[in-house]
Structures are given as C-alpha cells and as structure tokens.
Design a protein around this ligand. Structure first.
Ligand SMILES: Cc1cc2nc3c(=O)[nH]c(=O)nc-3n(C[C@H](O)[C@H](O)[C@H](O)COP(=O)(O)OP(=O)(O)OC[C@H]3O[C@@H](n4cnc5c(N)ncnc54)[C@H](O)[C@@H]3O)c2cc1C
Length: 237
C-alpha cells in the first residue's frame, strides 16, 4: 500500500551550490514527519502548477530523522525541479513516503559509502544518523565530484567528520588539473584509493549512489575486489 500524500510547507531554502538547493519542509497537518530509515526516499508532488508533467518525483531524505521537518538536497534538472525551485517559503506541496530498501544493514561490519555528485543525499543522511548515534562501526565516505565549487554539502560533511572519531571523509576531485591549492584526492574512486585509506574489503558493507556510469563502475570495482554480493548495496535513480 503506498503511503498517503500529506501537505507540507516549504520552511527553508539553502542554496548549496549554483545547481543544488536544500529544501526543508514542515508538516502542514500538525502531525510529525513519519519515521524513516537513512537511505529511504519520499515522493514529492506539486498539484498547483497546471500542466506540469511529471507532477511527482522521488527524492532521498538528505538529513537524519527529525519529527518536525524533512530535508532534501535537490539538483536543478528538468520540468519538475524547475517547478520546485519556483516555490517560495510558506508554499505547500504534498509528500508521501518513506519508501525503499537502500538502508544500512544491522550488523557490526564496517560501513563504506561511495557517492558521486547529487548521489550524496541518501549517504549524507546515513552519515548524519551514524555520527549522531556515535555508531561504533568504522565509517568511510568517499565522495567524488568533478569540480570543487559544484560539490554540495562539503562543510557539513567536514563538521560531521570532526564530531565523530569513527568517521573518515575522503573527497576526491576528478577534473584535471585539480584546483589551485587542492591537496586532497584527485581522480575517480578506485580499489587502490579505498585500500590506501584503510577500507576492510573482507568485512565491510558497501553502499553507493550516483549516475548510472558511476554505479556501474563501483559495482565492477567491488566485484573485481572479491566483495560478496550480499555486502554490495546500491541506489539507482
Ligand atoms: C529513489 C530516488 C531518489 C532520488 N533522490 C534524489 C535526490 O535526493 N536529489 C535529486 O536531485 N534527485 C533525486 N532523484 C532524481 C529525481 O527523482 C528526478 O529524476 C530529478 O530531480 C530530475 O527531475 P526533473 O523532472 O526535474 O528532470 P527531467 O525533466 O526528468 O530531466 C532529467 C534530465 O533529462 C533532461 N531532459 C529533460 N527533458 C528533455 C528532453 N525533452 N530532451 C532531452 N533531454 C531532456 C534534462 O535536461 C535533465 O538533464 C532521485 C530518484 C530516485 C528514483
């Protein structure tokens, strides 16, 4: 049974980069946000724009659960996202969910998150939840972006890393040459990069989300490194 649509008001708009905004919604029916697990997604529906097609799209929760608000990280693309970016504070949309099975395994294995571009959103939610809970499992996030100025949520991820000793955040820039003064990782996420940062291929569970080409290459890399299928989890958009 799909969850019913409920009214939400847009309560905060944060311009993260030129193309990406965080949109925060507050329930407009007096009920709390439904419980969800990090990695799950919601359907957002716009009903007051005549002729909008599609009028609904899926978005992963980008921040850990809060009863009073629901946050998404959204990249401007086509029809739906243009309509969404026209919304002002106080405007209403409808939201249903949560949905999906891209959630953290309940075991003691180390966690390795692999993201590219806006595919960071479900993994950011996982990082926030795990750091808030001071989860005992070793946690790595490898985050790949073409250019530094187009990479959303870096200050937040750095703050989460600073707040939790188990969390290691590795940001890699794939454009060549890397920006002036950049002394982080360069190039695509690879098995060699993961090994250099201490990833335990024999035990870790791997979670990834990004464009199709990125997902395909992560799948190939992990299978090539001998990671069992049960330890590979992906979200395909
Ligand atoms: C489970 C799930 C979770 C998701 N989570 C997120 C998230 O957290 N953040 C996020 O930003 N997205 C997320 N998405 C993607 C999101 O659902 C939308 O697909 C995305 O926002 C694009 O929607 P749109 O209608 O604005 O773009 P669309 O209109 O679908 O356009 C998509 C692309 O197609 C191009 N295009 C559109 N029309 C044409 C045309 N006529 N000819 C040629 N090219 C065209 C556009 O330029 C654009 O590059 C998620 C998807 C899934 C399935």
């Amino acid at each position: 049974m799909p969850a019913p649509y409920r009214p939400y008001a847009l309560s905060e708009i944060i311009q993260e980069t030129d193309e990406v905004r965080s949109l925060v919604f507050t329930p407009a029916d007096g009920q709390p946000v439904p419980q969800f697990k990090a990695g799950q997604f919601f359907m957002l529906r716009i009903t007051d724009v005549p002729g909008l097609k599609p009028s609904m799209r899926s978005y992963s929760a980008a921040r850990a659960y809060r009863p009073d608000s629901l946050s998404f990280g959204i990249k401007l693309h086509g029809n739906f996202t243009h309509a969404l970016f026209e919304k002002k504070k106080g405007d209403r949309i409808e939201i249903s969910g949560p949905y999906g099975f891209f959630t953290l395994a309940e075991n003691n294995a180390p966690i390795v998150l692999l993201a590219a571009g806006i595919g960071i959103t479900p993994l950011l939610c996982m990082c926030e939840e795990l750091t808030q809970k001071k989860d005992a499992r070793p946690l790595h996030l490898f985050y790949s972006n073409r250019e530094l100025h187009r990479a959303p949520f870096i200050p937040l991820l750095e703050a989460l890393q600073a707040s939790h000793p188990n969390f290691k955040f590795v940001h890699t820039i794939t454009c060549d040459p890397a920006p002036e003064g950049w002394n982080g990782e360069c190039g695509r996420i690879s098995a060699e990069m993961l090994k250099r940062h201490g990833v335990d291929f024999a035990r870790a569970h791997f979670y990834f989300c990004g464009p199709k080409a990125f997902n395909d290459s992560m799948q190939q890399m992990l299978e090539g490194a001998g990671v069992a299928k049960e330890r590979i989890h992906k979200e395909a958009w």
